[in-house]
Design a protein around this ligand. Structure first.
Ligand code: DPM
Length: 389
């Protein structure tokens, strides 16, 4: 692919500096997410020239087909990656859960920001306000296109019915409120919160009702893997606990060969997290100098991963929990910034490499445990039935 030049500007004093362009989808949620990352970068690097470039992606154009039927996870990300490759943009902000567990060659996730509420939420039609999934009338229709949500909730709330609903968050809320088609819809609490719609959340679903999607609630910054300066710049946005949780979740999903079109769900927790360590970075050479050169790494902590796979109606499922230590082992803290060191698509060279390895291992071990109990068969049938729908 043709690579264009980087963008530079000259200020009033004749000083030339680089402009960093952030690519975003045009939906309101994508804009809000991108703006929040741009603001954080501005706080950390006040001199930085940032420009936001809005782009419509295929996923935004095909609004009437269920996401799980279109299948491809790269739907929302491909056009943005093309722009990255052509140097039209330098950074792209995504919801981590929309990024495949294996990125195309040449790209990496340079930052995973602090996870917001990872759980799913119930948004009720105004006429049902005060109810819960439990107390909604028999045969109430719940809108969701997520196989993961539908599978878990069908099993747990057999009196309810489930129907696809597509479109961005604004469209979905409108479809809910202005018609009588749905009694409620299920959405990620994090997305609702970012839109300022917390007041529409009538119920947060805990893991006993509905476990969340891999990476849900965390924002990710995707960059060109060869751009070590930009990698270094965005790496200060990494939230270590979120990084380790998301590495284990993504390793789990990758090993199961799941995408956004299979009913796979997780729950992760870090326990005993009183202590933390400041680890000084030896990388002093940021693009502009006065940037923070340390990052906090959690020590003596345990990472718990619960993972599950479901048949489409939830009647068949496998669920297991495993844990590992993510204590910093001192050995491999602060790897060189190296485009080759990626774990499930994430480059986090300032977070203890040993802890990242153990988090990744945990995800693989749990996936293998479920595979040994028949997870592959459950997912194959789910995929076939979904394609035949
Ligand atoms: C993926 C799924 C959905 C999105 C599948 C799933 C939901 C699709 C639907 C992989 N991406 O969760 O099982 O409900 O039809 C998406 C949302 C966010 C990121 C919206 C949402 C915001 C929350 C976040 C769509 N991607 O899930 O309500 O940043 O995690």
């Amino acid at each position: 692919m043709e690579q264009g030049p980087y963008k530079y500007i000259r200020d009033g004093n004749g000083k030339v500096s680089r402009v960093f362009r952030i690519g975003t989808r045009k939906s309101q949620l994508a804009r809000i997410q991108t703006d929040s990352v741009a603001e954080k970068l501005k706080e950390l690097y006040p001199e930085l020239n940032l420009e936001i470039v809005g782009m419509a992606t295929l996923g935004d154009k095909i609004l009437d087909t269920a996401l799980s039927k279109i299948g491809e996870k790269s739907l929302f990300t491909k056009e943005l990656e093309n722009a990255l490759e052509r140097n039209e943009v330098d950074l792209v902000v995504h919801s981590l859960k929309d990024l495949p567990t294996t990125l195309p060659a040449g790209f990496t996730i340079g930052a995973v920001l602090k996870r917001e509420n990872p759980h799913d939420a119930v948004v009720l039609h105004p006429k049902h306000v005060g109810k819960t999934l439990d107390t909604l009338p028999d045969s109430s229709v719940i809108g969701t296109s997520s196989l993961r949500r539908a599978a878990q909730l069908k099993k747990r709330f057999p009196h309810l019915e489930f129907k696809d609903i597509r479109g961005n968050l604004n469209t979905r809320l409108k479809k809910l409120d202005e018609k009588e088609d749905y009694a409620a819809i299920i959405l990620a609490a994090a997305g609702l919160g970012r839109m300022g719609w917390d007041d529409r959340i009538s119920q947060i679903l805990g893991p006993e009702d509905c476990m969340y999607a891999v990476g849900q609630g965390a924002l990710a910054v995707e960059v060109r893997a060869r751009d070590l300066d930009i990698l270094e710049m965005v790496s200060v946005l990494h939230h270590p606990e979120t990084v380790l949780r998301c590495i284990t979740e993504r390793a789990f999903l990758r090993c199961l060969e799941g995408g956004c079109s299979v009913p796979v769900a997780v729950n992760t927790e870090v326990k005993d997290s009183q202590k933390s360590d400041i680890v000084e970075s030896k990388h002093q050479h940021f693009i502009v100098n006065e940037y923070p050169t340390h990052i906090i790494v959690p020590v003596s902590n345990k990472l718990y991963l619960t993972g599950a796979v479901f048949s489409l109606d939830g009647s068949d499922s496998l669920k297991e929990t495993m844990q590992t230590s993510i204590a910093a082992d001192g050995k491999s803290v602060d790897e060189e910034v190296d485009e080759r060191v990626q774990r499930v698509g994430v480059t986090a060279s300032k977070i203890c490499g040993g802890a990242q390895d153990r988090a990744e291992r945990l995800g693989i071990d749990l996936a293998n445990l479920l595979l040994s109990k028949g997870a592959k068969e459950i997912l194959t049938v789910a995929r076939q039935l979904n394609n035949a729908r």
